[in-house]
Design a protein around this ligand. Sequence first.
Ligand code: TXA
Ligand code: MG
Length: 345
Amino acid sequence: MAATRILAADEPSLAVAAALLRAGELVAFPTETVYGLGGDALNPHAVARIFAAKGRPAEDPLIIHLAAAADLDLVTRDPPPALAMLADHFWPGPLTLVLPQQPGRAACRKRGRETVAVRVPGLPLARRLIAAAGTPIAAPSANRFGHTSPTSAAHVLADLDGRIAAVIDGGATNVGLESTVLDLTSTPPTLLRPGGVSLEQLQALLGEVALGAKVAPGGGQIAPGLLERHYAPEHPLRLVIGPVDAARAWLRGEAEQLLAAGLRVGLLIPDEDAAFFADRTYDLELLGPAAQPELVAQRLYAALRALDARRPDRILARDIGIAGIARAVADRLRRAAAGDVTELG
Ligand code: TXA
Ligand code: MG
């Protein structure tokens, strides 16, 4: 395929992108969470192209993006009672809802699956693009399967240049990690993936929320057997979880040992930890203050990519708790660690 076109975030470019989407081509576009790899959700050829471009297994279903909640009946049916309230509160925004699917409409479903994941993205540019295309847009994160999700157009091109028709460059994304996925077909609703809308916000509205098999009360433990190398850096990441002082001491000890063995160490840590490592030349990526988890979430993927690109033998990270969006940060760090997690008492 020809090189991927880079489009500006302006109206003429949106018209070009919308025409490409209507023609069954793939266009990556920014949302408030991460960049999506968009294709016409009602066109089976476009949907097949998404799976091929990403190298994604066919059984992993896609999220469908709508310009407005009013378009829900294009792809869903039998709205559960909580839907209207959740849509009012959180749409447009980083909440994906799993709903009963409209038979025969959404092309990007797993065979036999009767649900569909839907969201109305918070970034106005994304909604204008979907409205201009005039069709629901299926869009997984715009990375090769298993890689870290893209938060800039450059990240998209690093993974998908030449594999998609175009990318709209809307700058860095605001939330920085993926939407929350909530299954509304179960009672109580089940949190399948923590993300931009927090568990606390959902509980405040819904009362009880169940945690899915991959989401532990402690912030995103992936059940044994479901361990997937997902959101993963190319160089191995080791994660420590626990009280701040103990976690820092552990990081320090681990880093010293690796350095002594002649290995290159990359540290992915909150700002306030930097002083703790100032006396030695460690390779640091600072995530922002731990007390501002929104900033940490925003920076997480870019920092992980930057560190990874410098080819450390080992990346060391510590978590920043599970309050609010920190739960989603902990979840992504656990996935990046692919099981190499140390929990201190
Ligand atoms: O923030 C986001 O959600 C981004 C932006 C582009 O919108 N998209 C995204 O898509 O992260 P993706 O495909 O990387 O992740 C979709 C997640 C997957 O874990 C998938 O298994 C789950 O949603 N999912 C999709 N359809 C589902 C369904 N019907 N039931 C349960 N889980 C579903
Ligand atoms: Mg993804």
